[in-house]
Ligand binder design. Structure first.
Ligand code: ADP
Length: 238
């Protein structure tokens, strides 16, 4: 039997987590200010741009948004890693949750002319969890559903009461996921090989950790070419 002291590794790991958190945080501020300046440039009141300049600003803005998204995912990840997921336990309605998540993804859905319909079960109990984190997770599932759906697609959001929990699901009719990868997609940085869309492979990993920290579970059902349904359960307020 060989016993090995792993303290130095643990220390290095903590240093890495702190490093990621600090760097992401420091980079976010100038990026957010660049984002604001780009918004001002787009505003006619600060002067008019030629068509080509408008195109340049548009591309810069979308790159900027992508960087901001990656940084906030890295920040969330460092929170998960350091075991410091700070949960604010609240009581909130499923309807509010769904409305908030849909409101933030509305533009992306409109761009692809995707219709999001909502089906709420009868007598839904209130949820007991961290509302902001739950909206984040719902938002992530919806964004994926939009990204991996064809134009003019359909997305169905369902909520139902199940024992002492609430079951929430987001169904799309997009590209679907090969059964071989269905569990792997919840691993950090995993992306299905050949995925065309840009991404980090972090969204689902963070979603799963958030939901499990709130004493819930996450599941996926999917068929290539037919679509996917991401489901999560969260405790109901008793
Ligand atoms: P990202 O989308 O940034 O790559 P995620 O963790 O959100 O990271 O997703 C991991 C992978 O799972 C994606 O790269 C994609 O291949 C696959 N995936 C996630 N959601 C869907 C979906 N609704 N339909 C098809 N594939 C999906």
């Amino acid at each position: 039997i060989i016993l090995r002291n792993i303290t130095p590794f643990k220390e290095l790991d903590t240093a890495k987590t702190n490093f990621i958190a600090t760097i992401s945080h420091e980079l976010k501020t100038p990026l957010a200010s660049a984002d604001f300046s780009l918004k001002l440039l787009e505003d006619e009141r600060t002067g008019t741009l030629t068509q080509e300049q408008k195109e340049l600003v548009k591309n810069l803005k979308s790159d900027n948004q992508r960087l901001l998204r990656i940084l906030s995912e890295l920040l969330d990840l460092s929170q998960v890693d350091s075991g410091r997921i700070q949960l604010q336990n609240q009581i909130f309605s499923v309807k509010d949750l769904i409305q908030k998540a849909i409101a933030t993804t509305n533009n992306a859905a409109k761009e692809k002319n995707i219709n999001i319909s909502v089906a709420l079960g009868k007598e839904l109990p209130l949820l007991q969890a961290d509302e902001e984190k739950t909206v984040w997770v719902m938002n992530n599932f919806l964004t994926n559903a939009i990204r991996y759906s064809p134009e003019n697609g359909e997305i169905i959001v369902k909520a139902a009461s199940k024992d002492n929990s609430v079951k929430l699901s987001i169904q799309d009719f997009g590209i679907g996921i090969d059964p071989a990868y269905q569990q792997k997609i919840f691993d950090r940085f995993f992306r299905v090989p050949g995925t065309q869309k840009k991404g980090t492979g972090l969204g689902l990993a963070i979603s799963k950790e958030f939901i499990e920290a709130m004493k819930g579970t996450v599941h996926v059902e999917s068929e290539p070419g037919k679509g996917s349904t991401f489901t999560f359960y969260l405790p109901a307020n008793s």
